[in-house]
Design a protein around this ligand. Structure first.
Ligand code: HAM
Length: 467
């Protein structure tokens, strides 16, 4: 049977459990980026086309071949954003430039009409950061350190940083002349696209993926050889900072980027394995002229964007199913009508205190056995067995599903256990010295904190029923 409605080519549904990895990528970024002083900026996905052609460059593949264009009613060309640096700078010039330097981060979808393949889609998500108003090279090192810390937070170590400097408006023209001379001498070996690039935007030739062009690029002059004294000092100081921070990198004298706005520092974090041809997980660089080119005051800046799908591909091989599963903390198993009604109220009382509680909500007449099977299937941590007897005697049967252990609590032990104040206990645990008493005990308490919470809410529900 052919499906009537299919997803647009190059677009993806992010289904659970992959969506959980997206969420953890974002959560971890929020935590780490905020420690580095970055604040979120939420940008539109549509901009005027000129913003991108002016900033990314008319002759780049992104602008020349990959834009999703949307003409508006007045005949102006709008475009779905292929990246967010241009938008962040536009927003800075429009609304933030009077407020001094800004460290901004964003998380959102971008759109490029590329040939889809593993790790390359037409809609993809980027996590990005832009430090606008920071001349560096301290900020350059800080940004690289941020990414390094971010990757490490997921235990990803098979990622290498490649670094280069492209120079500035002062030293780039001389480099460009030397490069054109070299490329002209080797024109015969270049692909058709690169012969055009040679005329319009020779640096792009160094970025071509064609085998023959790569061979030519390997022996091409590097921008490092033409840096002016200021750019050279900037790069040396950045490298000094990285040495100080013991942040490893590979000097890649031919690294150029597919966007025209870069000056000085450029970098890519590339996965050694797991991503195939699309191995750049994050990339960026300095763009000291872009703010003024887009109508703002002369303002140096640097940033990066990380491809979330590519990160997720790397994480899929690493994280355990445990993280991906939304496991119920507790599954309520109710025997009989009265117990069902009690359990239904208890379900929402548990959720109110932040526990993930589950029950066979649409099937009050399921047998105990089959409810327990559901609890197992959902990989719930605890099952609470609620029947008329328990409700009458204010007792409880809890099954700890991981160990298969049954806890049969009469009213007295229920009260005693529910009476443990977890917050107070935590305070004691955190006080100096406790850790030396018993790590195992601390671990046991942490693992059981949800059980204590569940018991407390259950006891409360029993008491309110009596009242
Ligand atoms: P970019 O190198 O074009 O730079 O993209 C950054 C990252 O986005 C790439 O390293 C890759 O992980 C991901 N990416 C790019 N295209 C795709 C795609 N079609 N499918 C999946 N992932 C993709 C920028 O976008 C600049 N705005 C980075 C920047 C920020 N420079 C300074 N500030």
């Amino acid at each position: 049977m052919s499906l009537k409605y299919q997803i647009v080519k190059g677009f993806r549904d992010i289904l659970p459990p992959e969506s959980a990895l997206f969420w953890s990528a974002e959560k971890s970024a929020r935590e780490i980026f905020s420690c580095f002083g970055y604040q979120e900026i939420i940008l539109p996905v549509i901009e005027y086309l000129e913003l991108f052609s002016r900033s990314i460059g008319d002759s780049t593949d992104i602008v020349a071949k990959e834009m999703f264009l949307i003409p508006d009613q007045k005949g102006r060309n709008l475009a779905l954003r292929p990246e967010a640096t241009a938008s962040a700078v536009r927003a800075y010039v429009e609304g933030l430039s009077s407020k001094g330097p800004q460290k901004l981060f964003y998380f959102g979808p971008m759109f490029r009409h590329e040939r889809p393949q593993k790790g390359r889609y037409r809609q993809f998500w980027q996590l990005g950061a832009e430090a606008i108003g920071y001349p560096g090279p301290g900020t350059d090192a800080e940004l690289l350190q941020l990414l390094e810390q971010y990757f490490k937070s997921f235990g990803l170590s098979e990622i290498e940083l490649r670094l280069n400097s492209l120079g500035c408006g002062k030293c780039r023209p001389a480099y460009r002349r030397g490069l054109v001379e070299y490329l002209e001498a080797n024109q015969g070996q270049l692909c058709e696209d690169c012969r055009i690039r040679l005329l319009k935007n020779p640096l792009r030739v160094l970025d071509c993926k064609n085998e023959a062009c790569r061979a030519v690029a390997q022996n091409a002059p590097s921008p490092l050889e033409s840096l002016c004294p200021e750019c050279s000092a900037h790069f040396d100081r950045l490298r000094g900072n990285l040495a100080l921070l013991k942040l490893p990198y590979i000097l890649d004298p031919h690294l150029v980027r597919g966007l025209d706005y870069y000056t000085r520092t450029v970098f890519e974090f590339q996965a050694r394995t797991g991503l195939g041809a699309q191995n750049a997980v994050a990339a960026g660089g300095r763009y000291d002229d872009l703010v003024s080119e887009l109508g703002g005051p002369a303002t140096p800046a640097i940033g990066f964007a990380l491809g979330v799908e590519r990160l997720v591909i790397l994480l899929e091989g690493k994280v355990t199913g445990e993280i991906l599963l939304n496991r119920p903390d507790v599954f309520l198993v109710a025997a009989g009508d009265q117990a069902y009604q009690f359990a239904l109220k208890l379900l929402f009382a548990l959720r109110k205190v932040g526990l993930y509680a589950e029950m066979a909500i649409d099937e009050p007449s399921r047998s105990l056995r089959s409810q327990l099977k559901l609890a197992d299937k959902a990989k719930a941590r605890l099952a609470m067995l609620i029947g008329d007897d328990e409700l009458k005697s204010n007792s409880l049967n809890v099954k700890i599903l991981e160990s298969g252990k049954d806890l049969k609590l009469d009213n007295d032990s229920l009260k005693a256990m529910a009476g443990i104040d977890w917050e107070e206990m935590k305070m004691h645990l955190n006080s100096a010295g406790f850790a030396f008493v018993s790590r195992d005990y601390e671990k046991m308490l942490i693992e059981n904190q949800n059980l204590f919470k569940v018991l407390k809410i259950y006891l409360g529900a029993l008491e309110s029923q009596e009242g």
